[in-house]
Write a protein that binds this ligand. Structure first.
Ligand code: SF4
Length: 433
């Protein structure tokens, strides 16, 4: 998972670039990077660590009127290349399924690689174009998978979204400036408002405050990632016209309608479970209350790089509120159950030691059965508890009194989209791309 931020303006954009990239921290916490252009060449700086921690005292020299930024779970970006079109830097989010095959072919043609990352293959394919639009088109024809990318050049910033629109990409506008980014939560505090989403297959360019569509690669169908609304994206974002917070409330309300239960309070697994729990509460008329508080200084467990770090972060981030749990029957809402170990070994243990009576779990998405091939960090099939066990067996495994998941049909309805227009592969184990 990654976050991408690109900004172009007539004035210096460095502060906005820094903050916009910071507001995408939830999409990746291992590496971050910024690249800018000010008429005297492209500058680039990357760090291991968080945006605010590593860049706050390291911005001098990056001033410019165009820039791109990246937060990542797996590699350092932006990447810089010098090509026949001139110097450029590129940031990418997604996954290239046929990367091995493409890099072997590029090696046979004389290319060398520093890393085994997707971004190097993407950049080298783009550099073979007659111009940047041609290069993106050629890259799109060769790769199998998902991409959203931005390219900083001396002549402007190019942006592109794959024709299935797996990964989100939105355009924001304010007087004299334009941004293209993974999520709208990154620009609201900078004074931008949503202009529109980047269209499936669209290649566009921004320069100054101007936006120009260069090309649209046609597609037979779309595959908007459902998991963005369920879990990945920030609740303040609007993705492809649908507020993430409203989507989560719709999913929670669907759970309340299909799986009602007689309990005293509705609780959430914070943070992403909160919207689902509020939706469940509003629909069922059972009061929402804080069964758990997420400690403000803890990280996001799902996007930690190793399993040990994920387990550690999951354990420390949630603090139970015994006063709200003791002697109560609780329905607790979560976005998903991955391995089931956090629910079993942490949350259920904490609720039981806080004196809970009954625990009923409601999950916003269907049972996770397969890994993502399109750029979201997920577990292997063998690690997914729902791949190995029925719902009843998962209930027994996590040791709760009740467990129910949203159906695929309810997910489609909650997101307001036909099921053949959204990606649901991690729940069906069927891949269309
Ligand atoms: S497989 Fe799941 S996480 Fe991956 S793009 Fe599809 S819905 Fe999103």
């Amino acid at each position: 998972m990654c976050g991408i931020f690109a900004i172009s303006a007539k004035e210096n954009i460095l502060d906005d670039l820094f903050l916009g990239t910071f507001y995408l921290q939830h999409r990746g916490q291992l590496y971050c990077g910024l690249s800018t252009y000010a008429g005297d060449g492209i500058k680039i700086r990357t760090h291991r660590g968080l945006v605010r921690e590593t860049f706050t005292n390291d911005l001098v020299g990056l001033e410019g009127n165009m820039g791109i930024g990246h937060t990542s779970l797996k590699d350092r970006q932006p990447l810089k290349l010098d090509s026949k079109m001139g110097e450029f830097t590129v940031c990418f989010e997604g996954n290239i399924i046929n990367r091995g095959e493409l890099s072997d072919e590029l090696k046979k043609n004389g290319h060398s690689f520093y890393t085994d990352s997707d971004i190097e293959v993407v950049a080298k394919l783009i550099a073979q174009g007659d111009d940047f639009v041609d290069g993106i088109e050629k890259m799109a024809q060769r790769i199998r998978g998902a991409y959203a990318l931005v390219i900083l050049t001396g002549g402007g910033i190019y942006a592109a979204r794959d024709k299935y629109a797996f990964r989100p990409m939105v355009i924001g506008k304010r007087d004299g400036a334009v941004v293209i980014t993974s999520e709208s939560c990154s620009f609201v505090n900078l004074g931008f408002t949503i202009l529109r989403d980047v269209k499936p297959g669209e290649i566009l360019m921004i320069e100054g405050a101007e936006i120009e569509t260069k090309k649209i690669i046609p597609a037979e169908f779309t595959q908007y990632c459902s998991f963005e609304w369920v879990y990945t994206a920030n609740a303040a974002s609007t993705i492809d016209g649908l507020s993430v917070d409203i989507a989560r409330r719709n999913l929670g309300a669907a759970l309340a309608r299909r799986y009602p239960v007689n309990v005293d309070i509705v609780g959430a697994v914070p943070n992403s479970g909160i919207g689902h729990a509020i939706g469940y509460s509003q629909e069922s008329k059972i009061p929402f209350d804080n069964a758990f508080i997420k400690y403000d200084y803890a990280g996001r467990s799902y996007t930690q790089p190793t399993q040990a770090e994920r387990d550690r972060e999951a354990k420390i981030k949630l603090i139970p509120v015994p006063a709200k749990i003791k002697d109560r029957n609780i329905v607790i809402c979560d976005d998903s159950i991955v391995r089931g170990t956090q629910m079993k070994n942490d949350l259920v243990v904490k609720m039981r030691s806080s004196g809970v009576k009954e625990i009923h779990v409601r999950v916003a998405c269907p049972p996770l059965k397969a890994p993502c091939l399109y750029g979201v960090a997920t577990r292997s099939k063998e690690e997914l508890v729902a791949h190995q066990k029925s719902v009843e067996k998962v209930r027994k495994y996590i040791d709760v009194d009740g467990l129910a998941y949203n159906t695929l049909e309810d997910v489609g309805e909650a997101l307001g989209r036909p099921l053949d227009q959204i990606c649901v592969s991690c729940w069906t184990d069927k891949y269309r791309v």
